[in-house]
Design a protein around this ligand. Structure first.
Ligand code: GDP
Length: 346
């Protein structure tokens, strides 16, 4: 916050990755709280907004996570009170196709922005968007002290980002902390994630535009929360007296099968599951038509795939409780896809 003649008293926040799902919700939250919000973007927008599109809740500032000097200039110019680092590649399978890019942005990008903050605005508060993928697999809910071990280039790069944030906090005394985010979804989630894949396909099937949805491991378990809720936890973390890391999760395990049942149910279609393993299918209980099939090519390895968080510490210390239930989240995503596709078909 700046003071003095003619200078804004508003708090200033800088968000990297502002064009992603979380960036959208975080910029909106901070703007509503009266912040001046600056979003780091790499390129000038190629087109202007169409009539129905919402104007972004932030001012664009041009910089690149690969370019240290651009981050420095941007921090020097904005003098942010809070920096939220949300930039990075977010899809695990894509990180196998682009492992070097993933390391550059998800690992070294964090170091670049921390260095820029240390040199240009050491009094700012920093939040690193960390991930449940940094933890070793466990059937038990994962907490802040759980063992860390990664299984893919995404997780490995994010683990570096997580630890370098801790290092800068502990060694330089910066207010830097990591929000360890479990899967978080919204109508803005990319279609390559299973939640939006299911939702969009369920809507197309409902509207008669698609026959069958193919999925991988139906037994995979995730702790799906709402992106809109989780950005509130990020903000709360930077309002604490001391910088600390927190797991941000719901603590509720759900299978991919449950997510699919809930998505079709939101459209009035009840599924009947039958068969096992690769032969499992889901039929429409009313018509008997097969709507979901398993495609072994969509399986990931290792196969036992459970990621659930323990949100107790965030509830106790931040007072953070998610506003969305599992079913209200699924319904929100499905309803949004339904209205978008119905609009397209009009
Ligand atoms: P992730 O947890 O960040 O990898 O998010 P995803 O939404 O991509 O995947 C969540 C879980 O759903 C993983 O365990 C996947 O193996 C499982 N899954 C099952 N079928 C599919 C599918 O067709 N697409 C995707 N993306 N995931 C699937």
């Amino acid at each position: 916050m700046k003071s003095g003649c003619g200078v804004s008293m508003k708090k200033r926040a800088l968000i990297t990755g502002v064009e992603g799902q979380d960036g959208y919700y975080l910029a909106r939250l901070l703007a509503r709280k009266g912040y001046e919000v600056f979003g780091v973007v790499r390129k000038k927008a190629r087109r202007s907004l169409s009539g129905s599109e919402e104007a972004p809740a932030y001012e664009r500032i041009y910089a690149d996570m690969m370019e240290f000097s651009s981050l420095c200039s941007c921090i020097r110019e904005i003098r942010p009170d809070e920096i939220y680092n949300l930039a990075g590649l977010s899809e695990v399978p894509l990180s196998w196709k682009q492992p070097i890019f993933t390391a550059h942005v998800n690992a070294l990008g964090v170091l670049r922005i921390l260095e820029a903050m240390r040199l240009c605005a050491p009094e700012a508060r920093f939040l690193q968007s960390s991930t449940s993928e940094i933890f070793a697999p466990s059937a038990q809910p994962l907490h802040e002290g759980s063992a860390m071990a990664t299984r893919n280039p995404y997780g490995t790069a994010k683990l570096y980002g997580h630890w370098i944030t801790t290092n800068y906090r502990e060694s330089y005394g910066l207010f830097a902390c990591a929000a360890i985010l479990f899967n978080h979804e919204s109508p803005r989630r990319g279609i390559e994630f299973v939640t939006r894949k299911i939702s969009a396909a369920a809507v197309r099937i409902y509207l008669g535009r698609q026959k069958v949805l193919e999925l991988g491991n139906l037994d995979a378990v995730r702790d799906w929360g709402s992106a809109e809720d989780y950005v509130r936890a990020m903000w709360l973390m930077l309002q604490q007296e001391r910088p600390e890391d927190f797991v941000v999760a719901t603590g509720e395990p759900h299978t991919v099968r449950e997510f699919a049942s809930a998505a079709f149910h939101a459209l009035g279609i009840d599924l009947a599951w039958e068969g096992e393993g690769f032969a499992e299918t889901a039929r429409d209980q009313r018509t008997g038509e097969v709507l979901i099939r398993v495609n072994p090519a969509l399986y990931r390895f290792p196969k036992e795939d459970v990621i659930v968080g323990n949100p107790a510490r965030a509830a106790r210390k931040l007072g953070f409780l998610p506003a969305h239930s599992f079913h209200s989240l699924v319904e929100e995503i499905v309803k949004s896809d339904l209205s978008a596709l119905s609009e397209d078909l009009r």
